[in-house]
Design a protein around this ligand. Structure first.
Ligand SMILES: [Mg+2]
Length: 244
């Protein structure tokens, strides 16, 4: 069995850093716009800019500056632009804070299975986070991709010669980590994270979906993997049919 992990908000905290930065900038701009309106403007611009900037803190910072220019009708003081840039840099330098159970679980699993890390975002920033996390050694492969859709997962599975049926993806985003993996015939463990990025929200049927498992934390993942393996192999005929 090959097991892959998402990084942001699965192995380490990420979304709260974005939320805190946004809150800080909203405070600076409050004489021009209420915080919730700034949030809506920012979501709109991030969505629009995604195809140009991709995911990550740099694109977020640029969209914040664009939002600030729009809500102040171009009258934003230079000092505030400087503060937005500084906040963006601080996000990129923010220490990597691992989630509970990550170290123990990866250590245990890495001795039994080849582990992959699959994360989307900005290459340079994600590379430095992986390096600073101290987790790089646990992984047989690290894939930093621009989008996590079916085509991306197919490409990765092909490259590592992994059978989708024997592949389990673990992550916090139903949209990026779970549904595309189920779509190509794999299994996925969803570990919900407290706060969700607006652009990552999606309707889904949860554990009713075949191959969709839910864990409360990384601590539950090893036992859940055993359950998944048992499900897959107790009925060899059904498993063989699924593979066709
Ligand atoms: Mg994530």
């Amino acid at each position: 069995m090959h097991i892959a992990f998402d990084a942001d908000d699965t192995l380490w905290h990420n979304e709260p850093i974005f939320d805190l930065t946004q809150g800080h900038i909203a405070e600076l701009l409050k004489e021009w716009v209420p915080a919730d309106e700034l949030g809506e403007k920012l979501n709109h611009l991030e969505r629009r800019n995604l195809r140009l900037f991709g995911y990550g803190a740099k694109g977020f910072t640029l969209s914040l500056i664009e939002s600030a220019l729009e809500v102040t009708r171009g009258e934003i003081p230079n000092a505030i632009i400087q503060q937005i840039l500084d906040a963006g840099k601080a996000m990129i330098e923010h220490p990597v804070e691992l989630l509970p159970g990550v170290v123990e679980t990866l250590e245990r699993l890495a001795s039994q299975h080849p582990l992959l890390l699959i994360t989307k975002g900005e290459l340079f920033h994600q590379e430095t986070k992986v390096a600073r996390s101290g987790l790089a050694e646990s992984f047989a492969g690290i894939e930093i991709v621009s989008e996590k859709d079916e085509a991306t997962y197919r490409r990765i599975l092909d490259r590592y010669a992994i059978d989708a049926e024997r592949f389990v993806m673990v992550g916090n985003s139903v949209k990026s980590d779970i549904l595309p993996v189920l779509q190509i015939g794999g299994n996925a463990i969803h570990i919900p994270y407290d706060s969700n990025w607006e652009l990552d929200k999606i309707e889904h049927r949860g554990a009713e979906e075949e191959g969709f498992f839910v864990a409360e934390s990384m601590f539950e993942v090893p036992n859940m993997l055993q359950e998944i393996a048992a499900l897959g192999w107790q009925t060899p005929v059904a498993a063989a049919n699924r593979g066709k």
